[in-house]
Design a protein around this ligand. Structure first.
Ligand SMILES: [Zn+2]
Length: 277
């Protein structure tokens, strides 16, 4: 059994502030240890369920957050950037399941460090007509690749967003969001044990058949803060303008996910705001 872990940072046990998750932040170095520990809990759960390969994609910000020397010795690590497939780099149909560790809710929600792919630049995003953030976009893209997301850890708002998207995903709330930079935390050992148990349980649950992927073309719509980003993206064939700062494109996943990655690089170049994830 081959397991793919996409690891973000905002939804990691104990972390509540930008200082915890951004390089140079006062507690970033401690945050990296916390992130590695949550991922290790997921790796242990996967191995307990019979995983033979566990590949971890460091999917947050600089994508060099996880500490290789503290990472579970059985795990393979996808590290650094650029990554054309962003939070799903290296995922293909040979994997049996995706685990989303440390994920956060989408921009505009009252979740811990909620946002969508960039700090502020993306105000809203829709897949078809459905509001989507990093959670739904990863789920839909993984399904198009042919792999099911079976577990997610994050705060309670990330769990709710995942289960709204797909009620069959096992979710572990490792913190309760009180506000965007405030949360109530369970004991660390309890949270990590919950991840391990949930992963093992989700991988032994029978998921019949291939994941349900949206058949046919998809439509991605993104409302940016800056009209100049939308204007620049019009230079890409297939991109149309919905209003002065909202762009739309049709296509098939997973290609549309990759195209979106190009959009974020254009937005970065114009706003000096790094893609964040
Ligand atoms: Zn992140």
């Amino acid at each position: 059994m081959r397991i793919y872990i996409s690891a973000d940072m905002e939804g990691i046990t104990g972390l509540v502030d930008a200082d915890d998750v951004q390089p140079g932040g006062r507690d970033y170095e401690r945050g990296r240890v916390m992130m590695t520990e949550d991922v290790n809990a997921a790796v242990r759960g996967a191995l307990a369920a019979g995983a033979t390969t566990v590949t971890v994609n460091d999917a947050h910000g600089p994508m060099r957050n996880l500490l290789p020397e503290l990472l579970h010795p059985a795990a393979r690590l996808v590290r650094g950037k650029p990554k054309n497939m962003i939070m799903l780099e290296g995922l293909d149909a040979t994997f049996d399941a995706v685990l989303c560790v440390g994920y956060h809710s989408r921009a505009g929600t009252l979740g811990v460090m909620s946002h969508t792919f960039m700090g502020h630049e993306i105000e809203d995003m829709w897949l078809e007509d459905r509001p989507v953030g990093e959670i739904g976009f990863a789920h839909a893209t993984a399904a198009a690749i042919g792999v099911r997301v079976v577990m997610l850890s994050g705060d309670d708002t990330a769990c709710a967003e995942m289960n709204d998207w797909d009620a069959t995903v096992t979710c572990v709330a490792v913190k309760h969001a009180n506000d965007r930079f405030a949360a109530e935390l369970p004991p660390l050992t309890e949270a990590r044990q919950a991840i391990e148990t949930a992963v093992a349980g989700s991988l032994t649950t029978q998921h019949a058949g291939a994941p349900t992927a949206h058949s046919g073309p998809s439509t991605l719509t993104v409302r940016w803060q800056s009209a100049s980003v939308a204007s620049a993206l019009l230079g890409i064939p297939g991109v149309t303008l919905v209003d002065s700062r909202t762009v739309q494109a049709g296509g098939h996943l997973p290609g549309l996910y990759r195209l979106f990655g190009v959009w974020t690089r254009v937005a970065t170049a114009l706003t000096n705001q790094a893609p964040y994830c």
